[in-house]
Design a protein around this ligand. Structure first.
Ligand SMILES: Nc1ccn([C@H]2C[C@H](O)[C@@H](COP(=O)(O)O)O2)c(=O)n1
Length: 168
């Protein structure tokens, strides 16, 4: 997948987050190994339930809002089987429940924009599943090539400069 698509997909996730009605706006884009978007999601209340911005968040004892369905879960549900060996572009670091969903749907890499409330539990879950978790803002062209080699999206380059032979 060409590098430009990485920034386009993260920008879509950032834009999607604007639709959220919780106090924190999160977006997620799930891209399959075909380089196509299969799932889009943002965090929001259940259908027919009040929005956090209208009635306030429903916090648990740790200050997490429990009223919403999370962005990752919503995007994964839409992608279904097409999420397998895919990349999830997320505006915020996945919570432990979403980390489990990402594993369950067979996601191979998570690129996050914001290191929001990074939980060591999420880190462990993702690590155990060998999911690559990378801070998007620190990624360069070479990191995309390396990532695609690691997750089997492209053949490994033997030394030399990799080329963008894949036109998707
Ligand atoms: N990776 C994440 C992190 C958070 N959220 C959602 C859940 C809540 O609606 C809001 C704020 O999270 P919290 O209340 O846990 O801080 O963002 C999400 O969808 N995905």
């Amino acid at each position: 997948m060409r590098p430009i698509k990485y920034s386009i997909y993260m920008n879509i996730a950032i834009e999607l987050a604007r639709a959220s009605t919780c106090r924190v706006h999160v977006g997620c884009v799930v891209v399959g190994p075909d380089g196509i978007i299969h799932g889009l999601g943002y965090n929001g209340s259940l259908p027919g339930h009040p929005h956090c911005e209208d009635v306030g968040c429903d916090f648990d004892e740790h200050g997490h809002c429990k009223a919403t369905l999370h962005a990752e879960r919503n995007a994964l549900r839409r992608a279904g089987e097409k999420a397998r060996n895919g990349i999830a572009f997320v505006t915020h670091f996945p919570c432990p429940d979403c980390a489990k969903e990402l594993v369950d749907y067979g996601i191979s890499a998570v690129l996050f924009q914001n290191d929001y409330r990074r939980s060591p539990i999420s880190v462990r879950i993702l690590e155990r599943a060998h999911i690559r978790v990378l801070p998007f803002t620190e990624m360069k062209e070479e990191s995309f090539i390396q990532l695609e080699e690691q997750i089997g999206w492209r053949k490994p380059t033997k030394g030399g400069t990799a080329e963008w032979t894949n036109r998707t």
